[in-house]
Structures are given as C-alpha cells and as structure tokens.
Ligand binder design. Structure first.
Ligand code: 1CP
Length: 354
C-alpha cells in the first residue's frame, strides 16, 4: 500500500494550510441517488450484507469517485455497526430505517451491554478500509468515521429512528448515572474503533453527532460534548508520518460552536442554518470549517446551484480553512448530474478565494 498522497488538498485545508482551490467532498456521496449503488444494493440483498462484504463496500466507496472530481473517499459503512456488535443485531426494514432484533427493554439490558472487541467483531470494516486504500492508490485521502456516543445512544435506547427522542431524554434526566455508564462505554468503544480505522489506513476521521441538536445546551455539554472531547483526546493524531485530522459534525448545534472548537478537533462540520461568515467569526482561527450548502439546493437547476455555490464560498471569504460540503447528507432524490454541476462550480469558482 502506498503512503504517498497525490492530492492532499483536503488534509491541508482541514489543517488550515494554504491551498490553491477549495477541496470538496459530499456527506453520503455513495448512496441511493446513484443508480450504480442501487444495482449493487439490490444484488447484495441487504444493506448489512453490503457493509459486511469488504469487496462490495470497497466498490460502493469508489463509485462516486469515478463520476466526480472529489477530494476524498469516505468509507462505505454505517454508524450503527457498533450497537450491532454490542449484541443488538441491526437490520433494516425496507423503507422503515434501522431496527434491532434485540432491543433494549429495561435498565438491566443496559447494564448487560458489553464493551465489544471491535478489532475482532468489526474486522470486516478494517478489511474494507485496507482494500479501499489499495484501490485508491494514493489518489485522494480516505475518510473513516463513527457516530458520536450520544447519537448511537439515541438509536439504541429508542430502538431505531425517532422524532421525539422521548426514551433517551427520559433516561438522561431520570437515571443520569445509568446514561453516563452507557455513554462512557460507547465513547471508549468509538475511540478503539476509530484508532483501528486509522491503523488500517483511514487518513481523516469524521464523527457524526446527528442528534446533538435535540438536547438543551446544558444536557448537550453533559451528555454529548463531554464524550466527544474524551474521544478526540484519545485518538491517534498521526499515522504514516502525516497528521490525521479530525472533523466533528454536530447537526443543529450551532449554539455550541465555540465549545466544539475547544474539544481539540481540527475542523467543524456546520449545517446550513448558520452563515459561514458568522461561524468563522465565532470560532476564529482555532478550527477549519466544513460545509454548508443546503442539500435541497441540489434539487434546483445547475444555474441555481452555481449561484448558491458562489454564495457559500463568498460567505466563508478569502481565507484558509474551508472545505466545501453540504450541510447534511445528499438526499436520494438528487440527480447525479446536479452533484456534478456543484463540484464543477466549486472547481471553477474557488481558486479566486485563495
Ligand atoms: O438501503 C440503503 O441503501 C440504506 C441507506 C443507507 C446508506 C447509504 C444507510 C442506512 N446508511 C448508509 C451509508 C452511510 N451511513 C454512510 C456512508 C458513507 C457516505 O457518506 O457515503 C455514512 C457516513 C452513514 C452515517 C449514518 N448512518 C448517520 C450519520 C450521518 C447522517 O447522515 O446524519 C446516521 C444517522 C445513520 C443511521 C442510518 N443508517 C441508514 C439510515 C437510513 C439511517 C438514518 C435513519 C434515521 O433517519 O434516523
């Protein structure tokens, strides 16, 4: 496996070093908006089979890179592989999102959850990481990822997706010690998992706190931020003689940007509800920023996309430390050509900002 990196624009931008254009990658760049993904997904039979077969996970990771001039690959997997190997047995019911064959129904179920040996039970993820690195051959860096402890906790306690997060919130308010026990176990597991991804070849790490924004400010600090900080301080920060930048993406957490910038991460992913100008003013030079085009812009025509890309670049302004991305994942109803238009616009417009 080569350790040479032909395009390190993304790593440089995440470390706030000079670049000659703004790097771009897209959250959920491999997925249901691509017909070639849907084909493999059907052949694989189930989403879990796709994740658990390194050859298929590798193929799906590479698909968007064949179409678009992206500055990174992101490993194809899911954040819910951790609860799966803690014994909850994850499955996806068609059109209904994630479910667990062994849901949590009592406090004693929570006590019984093990700290898994992810090197063993998630070896298929590490195999996929090594395979993607070989396939990339140093073309662009590979991003590894995990869910945050709080976001994993919500899926585990709710038994799947939720609109109200009632069970998770009841637990943190009524039984905080029990909640902390599980969150601490998740934080240590996530740290092991991410360090193994780094050792297997992941060159950048992103942590998704998709549901941090449902907590009040005080609960966010106690039940999410504390564990994000613990993970960031436990991560291996260098590998193959290169810094491994860490990105925290916390959706709907814009009131917490300063605190997130103090976790020791290199970059913050921001959603589209804040202007990059304001986000930059608030975090200063502590971290790079990633984002933050509204994913719905991709439903509009290419001229509109071009104009909105220009707005996003202008909002960040002429400075170091911007990574172009959406403010959340691309949705399945987007036409692949529209994503192509976005990426071409970033390549065309961004040199003027450097
Ligand atoms: O059948 C299918 O094809 C299922 C769709 C799908 C896909 C394409 C799921 C199920 N997961 C994924 C891949 C995935 N998930 C990636 C791949 C890499 C890439 O970005 O290209 C990543 C990074 C994730 C991470 C993930 N999974 C998050 C955090 C990111 C985010 O978008 O907020 C979350 C919350 C999940 C849970 C999950 N997995 C799948 C679904 C449908 C969901 C969401 C359920 C919900 O809305 O609560």
């Amino acid at each position: 496996m080569t350790t040479e990196l032909k395009n390190d624009t993304l790593i440089r931008a995440l470390l706030r070093q000079p670049v000659d254009r703004t790097p771009v990658w897209i959250m959920r760049q491999a997925g249901r908006y691509l017909p070639e993904y849907l084909k493999i997904r059907t052949e694989a039979g189930s989403f879990m089979n796709l994740c658990q077969t390194p050859e298929l996970a590798c193929e799906v990771t590479m698909q968007p890179l064949r179409r678009f001039k992206l500055d990174a690959a992101i490993l194809f997997s899911d954040i819910l592989t951790i609860p799966d190997v803690m014994g909850m047995n994850l499955y996806f019911e068609e059109g209904k999102g994630p479910k667990f064959a062994n849901p949590i129904t009592s406090s004693s179920d929570i006590h019984k959850l093990p700290r898994p040996d992810v090197g063993e039970s998630l070896a298929y993820v590490m195999d996929a990481v090594s395979m993607v690195r070989r396939e990339l051959d140093g073309k662009v860096p590979l991003i590894g990822f995990s869910g945050s402890p709080w976001t994993l906790f919500t899926y585990m306690i709710e038994g799947g997706s939720s609109k109200t997060f009632s069970k998770s919130k009841k637990l943190i308010y009524q039984e905080p010690a029990l909640a902390h026990m599980l969150l601490a176990k998740l934080a240590d597991t996530v740290t092991d998992y991410l360090n193994l991804q780094i050792e297997s070849g992941a060159q950048i790490i992103q942590i998704f706190d998709t549901w941090g924004g449902v907590l009040c400010a005080r609960a966010f600090k106690e039940f999410s931020l504390r564990y994000l900080t613990r993970i960031v301080s436990g991560l291996k920060r260098e590998n193959e003689g290169r810094r491994v930048p860490t990105i925290l993406f916390c959706k709907a957490c814009n009131t917490q940007l300063e605190a997130l910038a103090d976790t020791g991460c290199d970059a913050l992913g921001v959603d589209w509800t804040i202007s990059l100008r304001e986000a930059r003013e608030r975090v200063g030079s502590r971290v790079a920023l990633q984002g933050n085009l509204d994913p719905a812009v991709l439903l509009a025509d290419p001229e509109t996309i071009h104009r909105e890309v220009n707005h996003t670049l202008t909002s960040f302004g002429k400075a170091q430390g911007h990574v172009f991305n959406l403010g959340h994942g691309i949705t399945p109803d987007v036409k692949p050509e529209h994503l192509g238009a976005l990426i071409n616009s970033v390549w065309e417009l961004s040199p003027a900002f450097h």
